[in-house]
Design a protein around this ligand. Structure first.
Ligand SMILES: [Zn+2]
Length: 453
């Protein structure tokens, strides 16, 4: 830290009531997938609530509505010509399965024993809240950032909506290329991989692409007592069977090699030797991770998951048609088009029709040896002193992918602690965040904004 910068912890006392503010956000059921049944009112109420909870932000920053569900705040920095920072989050949440047993009702926003419970606590209202908390606190302290800071909040991330995309397009059309974009994706976690112990701030430097395909086949129908050699159902089953784990080659992204060498620095003894070896030989790492399956395999190659299937009308009738849906997550460095070509070759059956339901290319990979990654590391040091800042590749899509097409430094990290159980609660049951972590998250953003140059 430069000598002229007072540690941010000493410059101000954050406003009390952070848990209650998150609770109020959770109480608004901004479920984007249920927009048709619930209507847009919860989303409008959320926008109104933000104005109530963050009065100084709303007084001092320009707010622009981009599409019905995009909020873009601009905080003017000292140097008008400098490239801005974009801090992103989304305020919509995924639905709750009514049959799931939540300890507290998912939209109650219960605050209990140092925790805030409810849908959106981690994904992504908690991360949105800590951005606003930091900005409000800095404004109250009379702080002006060195460069413009944009806050971009979307209301349809979970439904792949257009809000964030339109925000990205709007900035691009104005000739604004962000210096840094920070969105959800990574978190502060314990033991991020089976062999890597200790606390780590996992920062996503890229995200995998996605393609969803429908495979369909037709048959002649008829009575099941005299079947042909293969039925439509059998043809689809065979096609899926051919898309086994070896369909796509494994390759280690640069970020993963960097991640392994950082973990090696922290490890001791045999673990250290193993991690050093993996960091030195990316091709070997790709083979080993692929063989491990699960998350390690997903880091190094395109994955294939058969997710839905249907066909046939009765137990004793040959199916006249059958189909299946497969969801592929495309490795960095590959393309959606190339992925579809590979699937077609692998299935090797002209009678299986393949149609693309949706597709999105993987993002580029942001560097880890630049000032932006250094800034994120410094803000992690200020808020989570024990955590190492480690790059990785996000498996899931985030809104930041719209920026990554034209901005070179896009990172995916929400400065909140997430245990394995908490990570499982995202899109699941008993989603919750610790109040202490919200306080550290606020400090992270404050430190980041204060250190801008
Ligand atoms: Zn999210």
């Amino acid at each position: 830290m430069p000598a002229d910068l007072t540690p941010p912890t000493e410059t101000l006392t954050p406003r009390p009531g952070v848990a209650e503010r998150l609770s109020r956000m959770i109480q608004l059921p901004t479920v984007s997938a249920e927009l048709d049944s619930r209507g847009a009112q919860p989303f409008e109420d959320f926008v109104t609530l933000l104005a109530e909870l963050y009065p100084v932000v709303h007084e001092r920053l320009e707010l622009e509505r981009v599409t019905e569900f995009g909020l873009l705040f601009r905080w003017a920095g000292a140097a008008a010509s400098a490239q801005p920072v974009v801090l992103m989050a989304h305020y919509d949440v995924v639905p709750v399965d009514e049959s799931d047993a939540w300890t507290h009702p998912p939209f109650e926003g219960r605050v209990e024993d140092g925790w805030v419970y409810g849908r959106g606590a981690l994904d992504d209202k908690g991360p949105l809240l800590v951005v606003l908390e930091a900005v409000e606190n800095l404004l109250l302290a009379g702080f002006t950032p060195a460069r413009d800071v944009y806050l971009s909040f979307g209301g349809n991330e979970e439904t792949y909506g257009a809000a964030a995309q339109e925000v990205a397009t709007t900035l691009r059309e104005r000739g604004i290329v962000p210096w840094l974009v920070l969105d959800e994706g990574g978190a502060v976690v314990d033991a991020p991989l089976p062999f890597a112990l200790g606390s780590a701030a996992m920062v996503g430097v890229g995200e995998k692409g996605v393609v969803t395909l429908q495979l369909s086949a037709r048959g002649d129908g008829g009575h099941a007592s005299a079947p042909p050699r293969i039925t439509a159902v059998g043809r689809i089953a065979r096609a899926i069977d051919r898309l086994d784990a070896g369909t796509f080659a494994a390759r280690t992204p640069a970020a993963i090699t960097r991640m392994l060498s950082l973990f090696a620095n922290k490890a001791r003894g045999r673990d250290q030797t193993v991690l050093r070896t993996l960091a030195t030989f990316p091709a070997l790492t790709a083979r080993i991770f692929a063989a491990m399956g699960g998350e390690p395999a997903a880091l190094v190659r395109t994955t294939v998951a058969a997710t839905m299937q249907q066909g046939g009308t009765a137990a004793n009738v040959l199916p006249s048609q059958a189909s299946a849906t497969i969801n592929l997550r495309i490795a960095l460095g590959e393309t959606a088009a190339g992925t579809v070509r590979r699937v077609r070759r692998r299935i090797h059956d002209p009678l299986v029709e393949i149609s693309v339901v949706e597709s999105s290319d993987p993002s580029p990979e942001s560097p880890t040896d630049n000032a932006q990654f250094g800034l994120i590391s410094a803000a992690v040091k200020a808020s989570y002193p024990d955590a190492a800042t480690v790059p990785f590749v996000c498996m899931a899509a985030t809104d930041s992918r719209h920026f990554h097409r034209f901005a070179p430094a896009v990172y995916r990290f929400a400065p909140l602690e997430m245990s394995n159980a908490q990570r499982a609660s995202i899109h699941g049951v008993d989603e919750r965040v610790e109040i202490a972590s919200l306080e550290k998250g606020e400090l992270f953003h404050r430190a980041l904004i204060q250190r801008l140059q």
